[in-house]
Write a protein that binds this ligand. Structure first.
Ligand SMILES: O=C(O)CCC(=O)C1=CC=C[C@@H](O)[C@@H]1C(=O)O
Ligand SMILES: [Mg+2]
Length: 326
């Protein structure tokens, strides 16, 4: 017996969540619940506006078609299925087949807003190496440098990941560097996409000695996985990448090229974040994932993230939008 249920959720976001100049008022996604005889599996399909090419409505109709075929007993592939749909369906399938790694440590690199006291509290819960992530490029570069200096000078075992989301021109990147305390530079593990163009980011890495990481670039057509000088890591956002098998293949490719693969959220709900945590634990044990985005939402969905105090929406709180069975 195969049965699939498809649900839709809508969770309000915090007022300040802006993605690529667009305010994201609520996060809309789908939850798929599969049953195969006595085994079950869940997955989340949550295309991210401004990042995913597929809309939530397109994702929903493609998921429905796929699930109808699957419930009819067909062997299914993810060829041509958009990344968010392929990722969510493949997670549900892997769970129901007992192939999905379950999280046991629920670890994430904290996203730091700039308050050293708050960061100190967040870091004290982290086992091992102390590492946090800061968004840069939203304000003047000097403000970013001073914040980085302050944090790294205040906590002498702290390491930082920075993320500029391509915000800097080469001049702004140079200005960031000018105000940075040279003594703290070696505790910046990497900066994600510092400049508008990949060639500018590579030049910044060469000039500054600060390693860079590819995120946006790694999903663009024509990108090749190769260890260029100054490139330390590749950020993998599975919801924007594809099926579980494809993400595994991608991570293996990054490792083979000698770089760090870092699993990161695309603002999934607590359900997806928990699955990403398990995946990161299994596939990237040496690189703590970037999953600290749940606090941007006002509720959790179906499965709780252990440390969160947000209310939990259960299946009864979601809209059931489809049931197919054989
Ligand atoms: O990588 C992390 O630590 C958290 C995820 C994260 O930073 C992002 C997730 C989704 C959209 C982006 O605006 C943002 C990013 O800039 O990478
Ligand atoms: Mg980024």
């Amino acid at each position: 017996m195969r049965r699939a249920r498809l649900y839709r959720y809508q969770v309000p976001m915090d007022a300040g969540v802006v993605l690529r100049n667009q305010r994201l008022k609520s996060r809309i996604g789908l939850v798929v619940h599969l049953e195969q005889d006595d085994r079950t599996g869940e997955g989340e399909i949550a295309p991210l506006p401004g990042f995913s090419l597929e809309s939530i409505d397109q994702a929903e109709s493609i998921a429905r078609l796929w699930l109808t075929q699957w419930a009819g007993g067909n062997e299914m592939s993810f060829d041509g299925v958009p990344p968010s749909v392929a990722f969510g369906l493949s997670c549900a399938l892997a769970e129901s087949d007992g192939r999905m790694p379950m999280s046991s440590c629920w670890q994430s690199v904290p996203l730091c807003t700039g308050d050293p006291d708050l960061l100190f509290d967040q870091l004290s819960c982290l086992p091992g190496r102390k590492i946090a992530k800061i968004k840069v490029g939203l304000y003047e570069p000097i403000r970013d440098s001073l914040l980085v200096n302050t944090l790294l000078e205040a906590l002498d075992d702290l390491h930082l990941r920075l993320d500029a989301n391509r915000a800097w021109t080469p001049d702004k990147a140079a200005s960031f560097l000018r105000w940075l305390n040279p003594a703290v530079i070696d505790r910046i593990d990497f900066i994600e996409e510092p400049c508008g163009l990949p060639t500018q980011s590579l030049a910044f890495a060469a000039q500054s000695g600060i390693p860079i990481a590819w995120d946006e670039s790694s999903r663009e057509p024509g990108f090749t996985l190769e260890a260029l000088p100054g490139v330390a890591a590749v950020i993998i956002k599975p919801t924007l990448t594809g099926s579980l098998a494809y993400c595994q293949q991608r991570i293996a490719g990054v490792h083979q090229a000698g770089m760090l693969a870092v699993v990161s959220s695309a603002l999934e709900s607590s359900l997806g974040l928990g699955q990403l945590s398990g995946l990161a634990q299994q596939l990237t044990p040496d690189a703590p994932p970037g999953l600290d985005t749940l606090s941007l939402m006002q509720a959790q969905v179906v499965r709780p993230w252990p440390a969160s105090t947000l209310p939990l929406l259960d299946y009864a709180d979601l809209s059931l939008i489809g049931v197919v069975e054989s």
